[in-house]
Design a protein around this ligand. Sequence first.
Ligand code: PA5
Length: 467
Amino acid sequence: MPDYRRRTAREAMSVRLDVNGLMGEAIGAAGVGREEVDALAPRVSEVGRVLKARRSAGELPFYELPYEKDAVARVRALAAEVRGECDTLVVLGIGGSALGTRAIISALGPTAPRIIVADHVDPWSFGAVLDGLDLKRTTFNVISKSGETIETMAQFLIVRDLLLRSLGAVDYTKRVIITTDADQGALRQIVYDEGFRDLALPAGLSGRFSVLSSVGLLPAAVAGIKIDEMLAGAAWIDVRCQEADIWKNPGHLLGALLYLADTRHQQNILVMMPYSDRLTGFAAWFAQLWAESLAKAETLDGYPAFVGQTPLVAVGAKGQHSLLQLLMEGPVDKVVGMLRVEDHGRELPIASAYADLDSLGYLGGTGLGALLNRQQRATELSLLKGQRPVFTLALPQLNAFTLGQLFYLFEVAVVFAGGLYRVDPFNQPGIEVSKRLTYALMGRKGFDEARAEVDALLAAKRPEYIV
Ligand code: PA5
């Protein structure tokens, strides 16, 4: 096992960002010019200075998550209890309260106990999850920062009723752990009233920046994942992301180049392409982070913004057989971000046969991992050759240390890009309307005005357009 206290071990397991394919030298007019980066230097310094000051003032808690020793000790102790009590941990949560855990488990699992992330209110999928559980050997981790998200609360009410009926009023509380805000919200009140075990989330931590808090760490620790190594990875890239020189700072460089690609080159779609099935959960986590953090109608000072790149996910070699045609020959409005794992930790040798057939014979004696990585390289180079923007993040291996780096790197990059766009990356005002209208449709008290809006919007639909 590498000892990440040693710098050589950290260096050897560093995630490397290659931005050649974003630059004009490689892809001509579609690329960012060196002079564009130079011209942005004053803004880069200003954003860096503001973020540093806000971090020092304790306003941006996600930066400090790799160093929260007390919170990690509490997670570890609770995880040890839970590991002895259950075979399955079911996470009830949605958005930022679920996607990070799914990313961790899909990258580093399968695990025992098994972790199920139930992040939807589809009665079929959630019903199927519940049908398959032994309730006496299952723990539910209800995760909601606000403590009142409609989907999570609906799931919680169903589970609570099921547990009460199956286990009785005394034992059911032992099957639920609540992760929520330290002081506010309905779930916090419920913890006080009913005595569930709980974990508290720091004030000011948005869901999509919470994967390295108890939100992601408890399920990971229950699963037996080395959370210390994940946090050490995040701390390591934090050091690299504090470099003043942008060309040595992977987080700021990525944020700045993607901002320039979007705002100066109209590349407003960002396709995340992991060449590893185990990183599909990470790509989904990234898509939420990029979309919710940057897409804003207003700048911080109240001017119209309407900015944000649209994230898409296309998985490795499979994506070559669906989206690659579009990426190569469609509009030059996309940046492709590739995730490459040098050592997959497992190789499946390809057997030698049909030596006389040129179209098959060359495959024998190699392996699937080698094939996958060469496909990544070939696709990256074909994008370069076609003058299409592409960057690559290479992971020496996919493990807790490198995954921690990836999470933290993209969080730093998106916050830095948010500074350049002059938007608030930590809010999501655009989703409030839908929440209000849902409450109205569900008959929640105090939403009569929203109910009237729903009725007016439905009445305005023209029947001739419904065929
Ligand atoms: O990133 C965010 O803040 C959101 O995606 C939230 O995580 C999501 O809406 C769930 O919110 P909560 O944790 O309050 O239930």
